[in-house]
Design a protein around this ligand. Structure first.
Ligand code: PXP
Length: 247
């Protein structure tokens, strides 16, 4: 069964837009994680970025205490974040590249170029009982490097597929790349996740990619939730207005 991990960063982005620097505020990513798990999600993903633009340190500690499924900590490979991960002990760490100017994680890791540093971090995390995933483009060189590094998982970056979805040729080429990368990863005994830019429209096409274990999806689910829940939120507020006493 293909599993669903939910990326709750987008809930924290909304909170930070209003409550940046405060130790309270809504919406609460922790409460979002609880709703996702109650709805059947198989895991919760949170990206602790170097610039802390959405998820904060206190969020990951609270998530660690409460997530009942699997906590996937996304982070870039820096000494500060590795130290946090070793203390936090998420179930799995997904190592991603990070650029300060980017809106979201735009490219995959250069696993081949950063082989030595990634191997060192992979070993340290594994020794602490934490599985390691590498977020890489569907590129055979990177898949082979991930196996050499000794990662347990790769997460195939589906961003290019999502971007090219409305071009039949472009999306078919990307699907071919994803299929080839997943097949090679499977042969090399890597387990295969995928994510980025997946939504209710493009997801069915991914069913042709073999060996997928879990998809990590955030933006489209949170976007859908706005409309799935907006009517109910307005109804609740109207009920409060109705209590206004007539004078
Ligand atoms: N996987 C990784 C490694 C990511 O960086 C992201 C984006 O935060 C996702 C999955 C989820 O992407 P999206 O929000 O586009 O569904």
């Amino acid at each position: 069964m293909l599993k669903l991990g939910i990326n709750i960063d987008h809930v924290a982005t909304l909170r930070e837009a209003r409550y940046r620097g405060r130790d309270f505020g809504e919406p609460d990513p922790f409460a979002a994680a609880q709703v996702c798990e109650a709805a059947g999600a198989h895991g919760i993903t949170a990206h602790l970025r170097e610039d802390r633009r959405h998820i904060q340190d206190h969020d990951v500690w609270r998530l660690r205490e409460t997530v009942q499924t699997r906590l996937n900590l996304e982070m870039t490979n820096t000494p500060e974040l590795v130290d946090i991960a070793l203390r936090l002990k998420p179930d799995i760490v997904c190592l991603v590249p990070e650029r300060r100017q980017e809106i979201t994680t735009e490219g995959g890791l250069d696993a081949d170029g950063q082989w030595s540093a990634l191997t060192d971090t992979r070993q340290r995390l594994n020794h602490a009982g934490i599985e390691v995933s590498l977020f890489i483009a569907p590129d055979l060189l990177q898949v082979e490097a991930a196996a050499r590094i000794g990662a347990q998982f790769i997460e195939l970056h589906t961003g290019a597929f999502a971007e090219l979805f409305h071009s039949k040729r472009g999306r078919n080429e990307e699907i071919e790349r994803l299929v080839a990368a997943a097949e090679m990863a499977h042969e090399l005994k890597l387990r295969v996740n995928a994510g980025h830019g997946l939504n209710y429209e493009n997801l069915p096409l991914l069913h042709v990619v073999p060996h997928l274990v879990e998809l990590n999806i955030g933006h489209s689910i949170v976007s859908r939730a706005v409309f799935a829940g907006l009517g109910a939120a307005v109804t609740e507020m109207l009920a409060l207005l109705r209590d206004y006493p007539a004078r």
